[in-house]
Design a protein around this ligand. Structure first.
Ligand code: GLN
Length: 306
């Protein structure tokens, strides 16, 4: 199943990145993330058969943050199917990831599952269905990455909880419309643990493989139907980088999902998955070097969904 190796392209990109001066700034609203070195850079490619390779800091664990929103979405969609879409939309928001404004106009139904409000709804529903949303996520990522050592970072979770007023506000506001099942403190605890999950580019490229395999997990079991897998990829393309999703589609041309830890996952359906990490962010919360590296990848290889 292995297509031609992208290893030489990755090496070329890593070399280019060493000579790219502007790298953005690590997120500082979660103090535990602010300490990372913006010059760190890693990139990995995973083939559908589970082969993985990379360059730079591709085995260095980092805080996955909003990248986990893809996995909770897939896990909940696998369980409840289309009923989920009555509680969260699938349109780009054009607003920052932590924005509150749109909720009042749309009756507490968040625009999409990849802004914080939408991710809170998804985690709430997954928690109701499983009794342990964060545990379900962790088990899934361990299985798909083949790395049983993956875990949450208690310090990051505590740091985020200590600065969690905005996420709690989002959850309370949606609860006022009846769109949250669990008590808000229970939900935000799950959500902060989810965001604190620590993994490397290698782990995340492998764990995203089910989206390149049209819904099939690493062990061959089906998680999503072929069309659900297409739908998740589509929502990643249109909403995965918040109010920069149009720019990301324009520059990179792949379904992608970023997190404020500086990671981005991307999918070439049927072909491979990528994960890039560099902690310096732009003002919309996306990794500067990460987006640049993915743009170079699709430009140099000609591989994209377009
Ligand atoms: N934990 C972060 C938050 O809720 C996730 C945001 C992100 O990665 N964009 O603020």
């Amino acid at each position: 199943t292995s297509s031609r190796s992208f290893r030489p392209v990755l090496e070329h990109i890593a070399e280019e990145m060493e000579h790219t001066p502007s790298r953005g700034r690590p997120a500082d609203y979660i103090p535990a993330l602010a300490a990372r070195d913006p010059r760190s850079f890693g990139m990995a490619v995973a083939e559908p058969d589970g082969t993985v390779y990379g360059v730079g800091d591709w085995r260095e664990p980092f805080s996955t943050q909003s990248i986990t929103k893809v996995f909770t979405l897939a896990l909940d969609l696998a369980r409840e199917g289309d009923a989920l879409w009555e509680h969260v939309g699938r349109e780009p928001s054009g607003n920052p990831f932590n924005s509150l404004v749109q909720l009042e106009y749309e009756n507490g139904i968040p625009r999409n599952p990849f802004i914080n409000a939408g991710a809170l709804v998804v985690t709430d529903r997954l928690h109701t269905r499983t009794g342990d949303a964060a545990g379900e996520l962790l088990a899934f990522l361990r299985a798909e990455s083949g790395n049983p050592a993956l875990d949450f970072d208690q310090e990051v979770a505590a740091s985020e909880a200590a600065h969690g007023d905005r996420n709690a506000a989002l959850a309370h506001f949606m609860a006022s419309y009846g769109n949250i099942d669990n008590p808000v403190p229970v939900l935000v605890d799950q959500y902060f643990r989810q965001c604190s999950l620590t993994a490397s580019c290698a782990d995340l490229a492998l764990a995203t493989g089910f989206l390149a395999r049209h819904g099939i997990r690493a062990d061959g079991a089906r998680l999503l139907t072929r069309s659900q897998s297409k739908q998740v990829n589509a929502v990643m393309l249109t909403c995965g980088t918040y109010d920069a999703a149009g720019e990301f589609a324009y520059r990179v041309g792949l379904p992608g999902k970023s997190g404020v830890g500086g990671g981005i996952i991307a999918v070439v359906p049927g072909r491979c998955t990528l994960c890039v990490w560099s902690p310096g962010l732009d003002e919309r919360g996306n990794s500067v070097a990460g987006v640049a590296a993915l743009e170079r990848f699709t430009t140099l290889t000609g591989v994209s969904v377009f």
